[in-house]
Design a protein around this ligand. Structure first.
Ligand code: DQA
Length: 148
């Protein structure tokens, strides 16, 4: 089996992790999460690439670009989760298996966060485990790829 490559996408304001509302999102930085993903992927003989943007169109663009080199997507669309038809359509268009991630448990927060426009374009969602949500999502993505 050729080495598996997973594209990780982080949406708006996630570049501020570490200092952003630590009571909600914890104190781990995005760079630390990305390093943890690289290590965990390596331990399974896989690779990851990470990308963060505060702009919806850049996330759409990146989803289209990674389709040529990744076998799965792990995505935290952040606030765009609740608003973005464009990101949902991009995920559906490329058709790669995707896992949606949230640091916080959306169901324990404001009602508007309970609706995800992007989740229906993903295989599943992992939320509520802080930085560990990303690691669980990577595990889920790699497990899925092993099954196929
Ligand atoms: C988030 C949850 C979203 O509702 C919020 O807009 C974010 C982060 C999370 O990881 O918990 O920016 O996606």
């Amino acid at each position: 089996m050729p080495p598996r490559h997973v594209a990780v996408l982080h949406g708006p304001n996630l570049n501020l992790l570490g200092t952003r509302e630590p009571a909600v999102y914890g104190t781990v930085t995005l760079a630390e999460i990305d390093r943890g993903l690289v290590e965990r992927a390596k331990a399974r003989g896989a690779t990851v690439e990470s990308f963060q943007s505060n702009l919806e169109g850049e996330l759409v663009q990146r989803i289209q670009e990674v389709a040529g080199r990744a076998q799965a997507i792990v995505i935290n669309p952040a606030a765009y989760t609740h608003t973005s038809v464009a990101i949902r359509d991009a995920l559906s268009a490329v058709g790669l298996p995707a896992v949606e991630v949230h640091l916080s448990n959306l169901h324990r927060r404001e009602p508007f966060r309970r609706r995800s426009l992007t989740a229906p374009a993903c295989i599943g969602t992992i939320a509520g485990f802080g930085a560990r949500s990303y690691y669980l999502a990577l595990t889920a993505a790699l497990d899925l790829l092993e099954d196929t």
